[in-house]
Design a protein around this ligand. Sequence first.
Ligand code: DLL
Length: 433
Amino acid sequence: MERYFQEEIECAPLEKIKAMQDEKLAKQVRHVWDNVPYYRAKMEEKGVRPEDIRSAADLSKLPFLSKADLKAAYPYGLLAVPLRDCVRIHSTSGTTGKRVIAFYTQEDIDMWNDCCARAIMAAGGTNEDVCHIAYGYGLFTGGAGVDGGSHRVGCLTVPASSGNTERQVMFIMDLKATILCCTPSYAAYLGESMKEMGYGPDDIPLKIGIFGAEAWSEEMRRDIEKTLGIKAYDIYGLTEISGPGVAFECSEQHGMHINEDHFIVEVIDPDTGEVLPEGSQGELVFTSLDKKAFPLLRYRTRDICTLSREKCSCGRTFVRMMKPKGRSDDMLIIRGVNVFPSQIETVLLNHGYAANYQIIIDRVNNTDTLDVKVELMPQMFTDSVSEIDERRRELAEGIKNILGIRAKVSLVAPKSIERSEGKAVRVIDKRKI
Ligand code: DLL
């Protein structure tokens, strides 16, 4: 049976959602114009005033915001309410330069919690569940966001945060956790660890996984589902737009429904900025309609994906985004060829490996080198050099077929690549260009 947190909105007729968006957008543009001089200057530069934006059809008249704007306006330049109305910040996990800081009023947090509650209920969660949250708590939005949703649904919430795998396993087993929320790479690692501890899928009480914060493939989903004995759901979001729960998967598991009563989504050509017709692949751009403290208009996410308005049998009318293909800024250009790490991952998973790998790029004598380091699965471990060579050759050929360029593949011992407790670090680019 399909469950909804707010059925009257999640399943509202499209016309009703569109009308709601039009009304909210006009108000939000006015709010930004009045309170954010940085964005107002951008609008003035484009010759557009708030009264020009009457509905979502006028959206393309507005200027984009990008990460560069967030840096330029750091830290308070995009804040749209007095500081006394803000109750919290969160921040991105960026490792270089200034981090993005997003601000929230209590209303903003309430709206975000609702979005996460929708995600948990769409995955089948109820107040009977024990929800173990192993996303990081703190500046990262993962822990706090899903935690708020779990409270709204009424689950018994276990705020485990990340790290200390043995303790995670102990709580999952002792409290009979039924929902696990963490990054897919950590879920895979937990699964491996539990298997080593002797727990099979039937011993593990978990039923549902809600995994996101990084790209993961269908193959990885199947692997995690098998080891943990669960059904795994995808959840998407970003700090700038609130955090997890901007979009979530339903029982249909064919794309993630975007919470369109709170966010307008567009797909644009990342090179020209042109808005693309429905169904095209391009960069996702979000406009937040309800956020008061940090109301970003036309924010360029860099995430590459496609949308579908096809009717979903779950009854939800919100548009669906397919799994992001990676970020346009994750795209590597190796010997002139565009390479997404997810393409390499697909080859590995198709050949029976887990997503434990590293892509190392360097430049030797003015030529790019591509090394792919892959962990052998425990059952593949062998002393036979010819067997290892054959496996290596197979993978190199698979990668060549997909990318059109050669990679040097090395197979390393199981568990020899360092694990991340949050988002996985899979690319090491040593080129100094
Ligand atoms: O990762 C928010 C989040 C937390 C989402 C927990 C889901 C679960 P940031 O750290 O700001 O926020 O990173 C946002 O992560 O632009 C995507 O590139 C990527 N991302 C997030 N969810 C997914 C997903 C959180 N389900 C950036 N699939 C986004 C693919 C994802 N990529």
